[in-house]
Design a protein around this ligand. Structure first.
Ligand SMILES: [Zn+2]
Ligand SMILES: [Zn+2]
Length: 342
């Protein structure tokens, strides 16, 4: 079958590879094989291609996928022909963090498209329990957005704005735009989005931001606080750079809360003012992956609560995966979908 293979950091190609083999003998249920219909390119995939992530090389990346089960193995809940969305994160169920109810912090976690072959391939094997049957009528395109949306839902499960909170969202990529819509559902008022790209600002306004600011046009702190009518009650960092991580602490007001959601490069450091945390009772939290939120993500997608139309900016055939990756690196792109079926 055809797959995108990263031989080593920086060297990748679309090539013929062996069919995927279900891995290992699993105690609970066996493995299934899914014919991939759509697979989104995530920042993590670019990190794997660049060698800035813990992947096993040679790697077939791709973890935001939907498709059709072609081999259901001995699964009790799946049959061949089932349309599914995939939760790529696999937990050991036996380490200390798994036993404490935080399986996403599993010390020996594995992931489809990271530590084992993923969805930039015609077919992909995985444990059956990673597959969620799609609600009636949900498209493969929307279903491939389940994984990033479920990560956003976990972020808001860790820390969420209350109705009437002044919310600042820093960064308006795919995740920022999903978050803008979710914060709207949470009742953030007003919602101000900071984003340097004009097209992304326009989209943020269309999808629920009350105002947007260009952080490169002047002092972003002043512009955000002006637009909010005061310091933020809730700040969502969704850009993953030091400048916005620092800005979050500059715009949060008394009693405020900061969710650090963007993936900063390893080693990024930002100054913190302990006196501010103390005197203003600031809460800062992080959120990692998507424990127990994939079903809610599917429910929101099936009910049409998230406008997905503008979130997928480009679609490519698997044979053109190299062009798809180049496009994903451009500042004005959103989610890029690769379609192994053409
Ligand atoms: Zn991802
Ligand atoms: Zn574990």
């Amino acid at each position: 079958m055809l797959a995108l293979v990263v031989h080593e950091p920086g060297r990748f190609e679309v090539m013929q590879v062996e069919e995927p083999a279900p891995q290992g003998a699993r105690a609970r249920t066996g493995e299934v094989v899914v014919e991939v219909a759509a697979c989104g390119i995530c920042g993590t995939d670019l990190h794997i291609i660049d060698g800035d992530y813990h992947a096993d090389y040679p790697a077939i990346p791709g973890h935001e996928m939907s498709g059709t089960v072609v081999d259901a193995g001995d699964s009790a809940h799946l049959s061949a022909g089932d349309r599914v969305a995939v939760n790529p994160n696999i937990y050991c169920q036996s380490c200390r963090m798994c036993r404490r109810g935080m399986p996403h912090l599993c010390t020996t976690a594995s992931a489809v498209g990271v530590t084992r072959p993923g969805g930039f391939a015609e077919r992909c094997a995985m444990p059956a329990e990673q597959c969620l049957p799609l609600p009636e009528g949900l498209s493969f395109r929307d279903a491939a957005l389940m994984e990033p949306l479920s990560c956003c839902l976990h972020g808001l499960a860790v820390l969420a704005p209350r109705p009437g909170d002044r919310v600042a969202i820093l960064g308006s990529g795919t995740v920022g735009l999903m978050m803008t819509q979710l914060v709207r559902l949470h009742g953030g008022a007003p919602i101000v989005v900071s984003e340097p790209d004009a097209g992304k600002r326009a989209l943020a306004e269309r999808l629920g931001a009350d105002a947007t600011i260009d952080p490169t046009a002047g002092d972003p702190r002043e512009a955000i606080i002006d637009a909010l009518g005061g310091p933020a009650d809730f700040v969502l960092e969704a850009a993953g750079i030091a400048a916005t991580a620092a800005l979050a602490l500059d715009i949060v007001g008394p009693g405020g809360r900061v969710l650090q959601f963007g993936v900063c490069p390893e080693g990024t450091e930002v100054a913190m003012r302990p006196r501010q945390l103390f005197r203003d009772e600031i809460t800062i939290a992080g959120a990692y992956t998507n424990p127990f939120t994939d079903d809610r993500a599917l429910a929101l997608l099936a009910a049409g609560r998230i406008d997905t139309d503008p979130l997928v900016s480009d679609e490519f055939a698997l044979a053109d995966a190299e062009a798809a990756i180049a496009r994903a690196r451009q500042a004005d792109s959103f989610k890029i979908h690769v379609h192994p079926g053409g």
